[in-house]
Write a protein that binds this ligand. Structure first.
Ligand code: NDP
Length: 340
């Protein structure tokens, strides 16, 4: 599957995250290189490919689905709107290519499961791009929690907000369209960070959710969650209380509180991560390197593809997140606790 120890990647969907973050991160990676760019038009794909030293092909989506230039890549990186992850993953699996897919896995748990099934049937690895799993500070915090540094974890408080309309004022942007984004604009897109990072730090799975949500601004009229607050119960008895908004001051944090101390991650998710540990009234900020989080992710994915080692954020992990996210929306709509 892989030639000479380097994983050659076809990047699919040439939006801002692929062009500004993923391609430079792959460039900086020791284990992978971008060889193919895939886009809505072959002109755009060829233009982007021409700017990448290692790239040899630019393809349209149709050309990709037809299997063109399949010899030029070993894996795909899918970075399209959420509801379009599945078709690219299916084609990649049929072509025998490994799949690295951006979060969330898809726009619903059902579609995510179809992606898992397609990759399983084809025998190709599926990795969901949760870059907090490969962030060294977060991994260190996870180990400290596992080693009992804060005692027994009791609860967590997390938040993730941004001013989405300042990032893009386009009223037709896909994040505001449930057909492309999934059940909402906020929990699916950014609420997933406190939710999944907490899940990773505690090494626990969610069992129930409760939520409040509202949309007031005209731009959010098709989605229920311009602003949201949700609670999650985990299978170890711990709770997460989280807030997220796509129309607020950018702020990111996660505080995990235990019987003897706490770990505060702040800033948390916007490509900068710092950890402060408090135990017995003494606080220290961990001296962890600031890394390119996307390069760490690509290195991790390439390592898993090259070695067949077990994948942390695999497809099943991504599907469980989508089931929880669906429970959060159902709880927000019904006002009831929803169990998974
Ligand atoms: P953008 O809107 O910037 O880009 C999405 C790209 O997908 C478009 O530029 C387009 O590329 C392609 N596309 C294909 N079909 C459509 C369609 N019907 N409507 C719109 N675009 C289409 O989105 P992002 O890059 O911000 O997000 C893409 C994915 O990456 C999402 O799943 C998102 O959750 C995830 N993401 C993850 C981040 C992280 O921190 N891990 C950060 C940002 C996003 P083209 O013109 O080449 O066809």
């Amino acid at each position: 599957r892989v030639s000479d120890g380097t994983v050659r990647i076809a990047v699919i969907g040439l939006g801002w995250w692929t062009v500004d973050q993923a391609i430079p991160a792959i460039d900086a990676s020791e284990l992978c290189e971008t060889t193919v760019a895939v886009s809505s038009s072959s002109e755009k794909a060829k233009r982007v490919a021409a700017g990448v030293e290692t790239a040899t092909h630019g393809l349209s989506y149709d050309e990709f689905h037809a299997g063109e230039a399949a010899d030029a890549y070993d894996a795909v990186y899918i970075c399209s709107p959420n509801a379009l992850h599945l078709p690219y993953a299916r084609t990649a699996a049929e072509l025998g290519k490994a799949v690295l897919c951006e979060k969330p896995i898809e726009a619903s748990s059902e579609r995510g499961q179809k992606m898992v099934d397609a990759c399983d049937e084809a025998g190709v690895p599926l990795i969901v791009g949760y870059r907090m799993h490969t962030e060294p500070a977060i991994r260190r915090a996870r180990k400290l929690i596992r080693d009992g540094v804060i005692g027994d974890p009791v609860h967590a408080i997390g938040t993730n907000s941004q001013a989405m309309l300042e990032l893009s004022s386009d009223p037709n942007q896909w994040r505001l369209d449930p057909e492309l984004a999934g059940p909402g604009a906020t929990v699916t897109d950014i609420g997933i960070y406190p939710l999944n990072t907490c899940r990773f730090l505690l090494d626990s799975d969610p069992v129930a959710a409760q939520a409040f949500m509202q949309s007031a601004h005209d731009a959010f009229e098709q989605v229920p969650d311009e602003h949201t607050s949700f609670m999650v119960e985990f299978d170890d008895g711990t709770y997460l209380a989280a807030t997220a908004s796509q129309n607020a001051q950018a702020t990111t944090s996660l505080r995990v509180v235990g019987t003897n101390g706490e770990i505060l991650v702040e800033p948390a998710y916007h490509m900068e991560t710092e950890i402060r540990v408090t135990r017995d009234d003494v606080s220290v900020t961990l001296d962890t390197p600031q890394v390119n989080q996307m390069t760490e992710l690509f290195d991790y994915a390439a390592d898993r593809i090259l070695t067949d080692a077990p994948i942390g954020p695999d497809g099943e992990h991504g599907v469980l997140d989508m089931r929880l996210i669906e429970a959060v929306y159902e709880a927000g709509e019904s006002g009831r606790v929803v169990t998974l």
